[in-house]
Design a protein around this ligand. Structure first.
Ligand SMILES: [Zn+2]
Length: 129
């Protein structure tokens, strides 16, 4: 992989990881202090309750996405250490450098990623019936 250096990648990945952990910490303390709830208005009417519940759902969902990204970043760091970075988890082909520049923690090549997303979407629609 020509254009990106390993040491650069490690710092990109670690920065990204710290950034995500930071957001998680802030959100966690907001959650504990109840600011997530208060920021949506703390009226006693029924309408307000459902709004604040919805906001909590959203922040829990965002937390899940962040957690998945952290797992990916850890995997990418592990692969870097093992010298397997940039190799697709699924098919073993090299991942396009342009893709790695845009998504330094990508574990799959674009083809496999698209395939997996299609499968997940199929799963989701199957589950909803
Ligand atoms: Zn692949």
């Amino acid at each position: 992989m020509g254009t990106i250096r390993k040491s650069q990648l490690v710092s990109i990945l670690i920065n990204k990881k710290n950034e995500l952990l930071d957001i998680s910490k802030k959100e966690m303390s907001n959650f504990i202090n109840g600011t997530t709830r208060e920021s949506c208005g703390s009226g006693s009417e029924d309408g307000d309750v459902s709004v604040s519940l919805h906001a909590e759902d959203v922040s829990i969902g965002a937390g899940k996405i962040r957690h998945a990204m952290l797992v990916q970043i850890d995997n990418a760091l592990l692969k870097l250490a093992e010298g397997e970075y940039g190799i697709c988890d699924e098919c073993g082909e090299e991942i396009d450098v342009r893709r790695l520049n845009a998504l330094p923690f990508a574990l799959l090549c674009r083809d496999c990623q698209e395939e997996r997303e299609t499968l997940e979407q199929t799963d989701r629609s199957r589950n909803s019936f």
